[in-house]
Write a protein that binds this ligand. Structure first.
Ligand SMILES: C[S@@+](CC[C@H](N)C(=O)[O-])C[C@H]1O[C@@H](n2cnc3c(N)ncnc32)[C@H](O)[C@@H]1O
Length: 304
């Protein structure tokens, strides 16, 4: 890990996480999941992979809007991101417990978590099933798990693949021209190996998490948002494996500008996969019928 708590990370996720469409699509998931919590009592709510706190902020505000009494626990492996999240939430009006680590940290919370958010991160995990197992183990019976990602099989809206091809080609062309000494690998990193909604739903079901909601929600992405995601270190590692982060950031910045100009675009629509599941009472691990059928299947609630 190259980042240090307290220092400003130039290649942070934070700028991307302030875009209005990003807040909207995540707010939609957060509010739906928090609405699924029963009123009364004290709740434990976890934001796993909290990054720089965008989701934590939405969770706190949804809990406050429902006047639910809760302890919010935010878990994140990157010390620099965690430090930024603490700053972002300093005036949130609800205490947040901050833990550095990954899903393994959930063991310290026992089996009593009432709601858990794992947003915009699962595509980064190598052993997704093991992470889902640890999440399921931490949940109280009936507890709500909300997971989303825009790196899944089905994320591209029809007719937008051309933009992504041009973006990648433009970034590589810039690198070859300006930095011919940098080898550009063709290997796809883990961030680029995408599962479908159906595969995620099946994986959750196998671990006793019954999917209640599985939707594609569309967001309208601007050039600035592609340039902001293009200077996030984990995105660069996935898109341009092996390329030094500062050069990858520049290449993706130029590539996005060129693709928008050449295709005369103002926005590129993109799907977010939004999943809400509930911990099955008892420790059953069977999974039968419900869930996303495939990446383009209608949402569960549309099929009822
Ligand atoms: C794209 S950011 C998303 C941050 C925040 N959840 C959001 O939706 O705005 C992905 C975050 O997942 C974290 N992450 C990566 N691997 C992880 C793991 N194994 N367990 C938990 N978090 C992880 C990264 O450090 C990063 O902060």
């Amino acid at each position: 890990m190259t980042d240090i708590a307290g220092e400003i990370d130039l290649f942070s996720f934070d700028p991307f996480s302030h875009h209005e469409f990003y807040l909207e699509v995540n707010r939609s998931l957060v509010e739906r999941a928090i609405a699924g919590l029963p009123a009364g009592g004290h709740r434990t709510v976890v934001d796993l992979g909290c990054g720089t706190g965008a989701i934590t902020e939405l969770v706190v505000s949804a809990l406050r809007a429902r006047q639910l009494d809760a302890t919010v626990v935010a878990v994140e492996p990157s010390p620099a991101a965690l430090a930024e999240a603490r700053r972002r939430l300093s005036d949130a009006g609800m205490p947040v417990r901050w833990l550095q680590g990954d899903a393994g940290e959930l063991r310290s919370l026992g089996h009593d978590v009432d709601a858990l958010f794992f947003c915009n991160a699962i595509h980064l995990i190598h052993d997704k099933a093991e992470t889902v197992r640890m999440i399921a183990e931490a949940m109280a019976p009936g507890g709500v798990v909300a997971i989303n990602s825009t790196f899944f099989s089905g994320c591209y809206v029809a007719d937008t693949e051309r933009f992504y091809r041009m973006w990648t080609i433009g970034a590589m062309r810039w690198l070859r021209r300006e930095h011919p000494e940098v080898p550009v690998s063709r290997d796809r990193a883990e961030a680029m190996r995408w599962l479908s909604g159906a595969e995620y739903a099946a994986m959750l079901g196998e671990h006793g998490l019954d999917v209640e909601y599985c939707e594609h929600e569309q967001a309208e992405m601007t050039l600035e948002s592609f340039q902001d995601i293009g200077r996030y270190r984990l995105f660069i590692e996935g898109a341009l494996p092996g390329v030094p982060i500062p050069l990858g950031a520049q290449a993706l910045y130029r590539g996005a500008a060129d693709a928008f100009a050449q295709l005369n675009l103002t926005r590129v629509p993109r799907n977010w996969l939004q999943i809400i599941a509930r911990r099955r009472p008892g420790s059953g691990t069977t999974w039968s019928s419900s869930g996303c059928r495939d990446a383009t299947a209608p949402a569960l609630d549309e099929r009822r």
